[in-house]
Design a protein around this ligand. Structure first.
Ligand code: PBG
Length: 334
């Protein structure tokens, strides 16, 4: 005798076809943005130990890897520069030099791929400063060393314009300075780059999950970024940051990290009139890779589950070091 159960939700889970039919969220290769590292002064790609499968690229290996990403349907890459230590200085001037490693890479990728793949560039000074902070340092009225907001924003303006000039389709200010979107928009427009878009790292937390990234870029940072990145305890603050960035002209807003901040992502997605990106950061990647390497988790399954969770929470685009691996699986499914 069967039970008298009025609703049977399992009916919609019976077969793969039924499950695909009722799926509320889906993932496409075009949703994924691949972050990539270009390093100066290396002749072979340099593996990043804490991010298995990710390397610091040479110019040649970068172009090859971009072609590979394009082949599996990725539409956007995000470039980070790793300059020689000898080229770092207190203000990070290689960041806006046309000869800086990041600007050379932007140019090389744009020249080779044209408009076939979107070139996004990280617009932040931390890889380029000798002290590793995202901005320039100053002494405040009490004699404390601080990251000076307005002097930093001036450097971001120069950096963004140099990236646009090198061929970036999208600049992505990740330094969490106040007023950075407004200032960058104005500088880009003034220089004639009205069509270059801004992906704003709007809700970026001071997160320990960035650990492996700091290895990836050979970060010089001592101390932390808590005077400019957000406190993990807060969500209201993210809504303010997002609102300001949208008012200042952000074309996309971003929440970062991803999985530990799904509530923030959901809240931002509910209010944002512009596309919302989520950054699955280096630590999120490393955790899955490490557990998979130990045989403790099914790496592919966890990768796909984490990515669909970001979509479900409201992300339109996802920055992920898994982009190519995930795109391969997605293509095999269709
Ligand atoms: C800073 C920047 C960071 C990341 C992206 N941009 C590091 C930081 O804020 O310390 C982290 C990305 C990751 O962990 O994958 N320009």
């Amino acid at each position: 005798m069967s039970q008298n159960i009025s609703r049977r939700p399992r009916r919609l889970r019976t077969t793969p076809a039924m499950r695909a039919f009722v799926a509320e969220t889906s993932l496409r290769p075009a949703d994924l943005i691949l972050p990539m590292f270009i390093a100066d002064g290396i002749t072979e790609p340099n593996p990043i130990v804490s991010m298995p499968g990710v390397v610091q690229h040479t110019m040649d290996s970068l172009l090859e890897a971009v072609a590979e990403a394009q082949e599996v349907g990725i539409k956007c890459i995000d470039l980070f520069g790793v300059p020689l230590d000898a080229n770092k200085d207190a203000e990070g001037s290689q960041a806006w030099s046309a000869d800086g490693v990041l600007n050379r890479a932007i140019k090389a990728v744009r020249e080779r791929f044209g408009d076939d793949i979107l070139v996004m560039a990280d617009t932040c000074l931390d890889e380029f400063t000798s002290h590793g902070h995202c901005g320039v340092l100053a002494t405040d009225a009490h004699g404390n060393t601080v990251v000076d907001n307005d002097q930093t924003v001036e450097r971001y303006q120069k950096m963004a314009v140099s990236q646009a000039k090198a061929g970036a389709h999208i600049v992505s200010p990740s330094g969490m300075m106040d007023g950075q979107i407004d200032a960058i928009r104005e500088a880009l427009d003034e220089a004639g780059y009205q069509d270059v878009a801004i992906m704003a790292y709007s809700a970026k937390y001071a997160s320990a999950f960035y650990g492996p990234f700091r290895d990836a870029v050979g970060s010089s940072l001592e101390g932390d970024r808590r005077t400019y990145q957000q406190d993990p305890a807060n969500v209201r603050e993210s809504l303010l940051e997002v609102e300001l960035d949208i008012a200042e002209g952000a074309d996309f807003v971003m929440v970062k990290p991803g999985l530990p901040y799904l509530d923030v992502l959901r809240a931002v997605a509910e209010l944002s009139p512009v596309p919302v990106a989520a950054y699955q950061v280096s630590g999120e990647y490393a955790m899955i890779k490490a557990a998979a390497a130990n045989g403790w988790l099914d790496g592919d399954a966890c990768m796909m589950e984490a990515l669909i969770s970001l979509k479900r929470a409201g992300a339109n685009q996802i920055l992920t070091y898994f982009a190519v691996e995930a795109a391969r699986i997605l293509r095999a499914q269709y």
